[in-house]
Write a new protein. Structure first.
Length: 168
């Protein structure tokens, strides 16, 4: 049987031995999450300002919003335990909840917003896609998600993001 406790211990050890390693993981998690809270409304304003199309703005609301509802409903139904619940690990991220680990909603949201930006503004979109990967890594190092949770959150974000090519 796979020993996630040992995997997580090896993964988080470099951050635990640093004086401010735990704070670093928490700060990166918070800042990356806040980045997407800030970027999304800016994207909506920029899209209207540069394109003047209600259809584009509506799709920028509908695709992330609708897919967020689908992912949230699936997470409630599937209700996978988080690593700290199943394996008794001490997570570096302390702002935690129970269940609903699969797929990662943070990573999904960051990815769908990144793809939304990329569709209209490619260079910032690429940067944000990289930031979504960094957020995924922080969520695993933080102990609140399995690698598969963040991988699927990322892939589902890319999949739903591909709807822009159909709708726009």
């Amino acid at each position: 049987m796979y020993d996630y406790q040992q995997f997580y211990q090896n993964l988080s050890h470099p951050f635990r031995r640093l004086t401010h390693g735990e704070a670093l993981v928490n700060i990166l998690n918070i800042l990356l999450t806040l980045l997407y809270y800030a970027v999304y409304p800016i994207l909506l304003v920029m899209a209207w300002w540069q394109i003047h199309s209600w259809w584009v703005v509506l799709m920028l609301l509908a695709v992330p919003g609708g897919s967020f509802l689908i992912v949230s409903a699936f997470r409630r139904w599937f209700n996978r335990q988080r690593p700290y619940e199943k394996w008794g690990i001490n997570p570096l991220l302390k702002d935690i909840e129970s269940g609903k680990s699969f797929p990662s909603k943070h990573v999904f949201s960051a990815t769908i917003i990144s793809v939304s930006v990329w569709f209209l503004f490619p260079v910032p979109g690429y940067i944000l896609i990289g930031c979504a990967l960094l957020l995924a890594i922080m969520r695993v190092i933080g102990g609140v998600h399995y690698p598969g949770d963040v991988l699927m959150g990322y892939l589902i974000g890319l999949l739903f993001g591909s709807l822009y090519f159909i709708l726009l």
